[in-house]
Ligand binder design. Structure first.
Ligand code: RIB
Length: 338
């Protein structure tokens, strides 16, 4: 099996030049690039030897790139990833990308230098060129939740569209007859699929209007503002499905500020199943994602991939669950302020 030294020898350059070419981590003139490329093709040099050659031994370390660990959805995911990785003898390092490609690229550059064994992307900013470069370098990666659909990666996410349909059906079942939706950022596949599920459920109903949907930012403040705008347009809405729990909590706050009884007058349903939903007033009905199972599965898949035991990369979509609480209990005739 050819080595990086064989490539350097055939190309008539130093090992560090070949390494710079493969890592894109420094200048290599085009003529030298051509000779290196020729030598790699001639020797059928398996790209994934590079990482091992440069990295020496495995480091038993994986990285998890998250959008924002301050959102309990992601901290719960991170907990599961770390618990399972530890059972296989791996440590985990975390990074927040804030869904910014430039931050993600910076992490990838740093992780390459630290000879990380593999990376889990839960952020949606992994570019195709970065994915290609990681594959070329033989650094295994997998995608989680809002991570992109890359052909060289397994992906774990929830059944987002089905969950949205469950949320709307529950609101209809408790008697709602004009349901609004606060949707998350549409460049995220999770938010997009939930909006599709909402629209598929309501567009045939006579009260439906496209003005019943309002953008949020997956944060509490965005949920509050969206609820205010929806109520200005439609003071008679009696149900709100929010695309994640933080925006649903924002909706609870906005309704409370207006003195609107949650449940009796406007029922509210969220999506994620973070622990905070158990302590809101009223407690929040939500579509719970199997957060811990998602984190545990992606961790196992990456470690299998690192150890060469993963047969194939594919999409894993996990079931979600409706958790009914007081925010959708349509109590009638009582005076208590929900
Ligand atoms: O609350 C954060 C949201 O972003 C979750 O719904 C999760 O699915 C992620 O996409």
């Amino acid at each position: 099996m050819s080595t990086i030294r064989d490539v350097a020898k055939l190309a008539g350059v130093s090992v560090s030049t070949v390494s710079r070419y493969l890592n894109k981590s420094g200048y290599v003139n085009s003529e030298t690039e051509q000779t290196i490329k020729y030598a790699i093709d001639k020797l059928k040099y398996a790209p994934n030897q590079v990482a091992r050659g440069l990295a020496g031994k495995k480091t038993n370390t994986i990285a998890l790139i998250l959008p924002d660990i301050s959102n309990l959805f992601f901290s719960d995911l991170a907990r599961a990833v770390e618990d399972v990785a530890a059972t296989y003898g791996y440590t985990v390092i975390f990074g927040n990308s804030d869904d910014q490609a430039v931050k993600e690229k910076r992490y990838i550059e740093t992780l390459k230098q630290k000879y990380i064994d593999g990376i889990i992307f839960a952020s949606n900013t992994l570019g195709h060129d970065d994915a290609e470069m990681l594959t070329k370098l033989g650094i295994p990666f997998v995608c989680l939740d809002r991570g992109p659909s890359e052909e060289n990666s397994s992906i774990v996410r929830s059944k987002n569209k089905e969950g949205a349909i469950m949320a709307v059906q529950h609101l209809l079942d408790v008697g709602c007859r004009k349901i609004a939706h606060i949707y998350g950022p549409q460049h995220l596949i999770t938010a997009k699929e939930r909006l599709i599920g909402y629209e598929q459920s309501v567009q045939i109903l006579d009260w439906y209007s496209p003005t019943l949907i309002e953008p949020g930012d997956f944060r509490i403040a965005g949920g509050m503002k969206a609820t205010d705008r929806l109520l200005e347009r439609h003071p008679d809405i009696d149900g709100i499905f929010a695309g994640n729990d933080l925006m649903a909590i924002g909706a609870l706050k906005a309704l409370h500020r207006k003195g609107i009884p949650v449940g009796r007058q406007v029922a509210v349903c969220g999506f994620d199943g973070i622990q905070t939903t158990e302590i809101t007033v009223p407690e929040l009905t939500t579509i719970a994602q199997p957060i811990y199972d998602m984190g545990a599965l992606i961790s196992r898949l990456l470690i299998k991939k690192i150890e060469g035991k993963l047969e194939e990369d594919r999409l894993y979509e996990l079931d979600v669950k409706l958790i009914v609480r007081d925010s959708t209990f349509r109590r009638q005739g009582t005076n208590e302020q929900a």
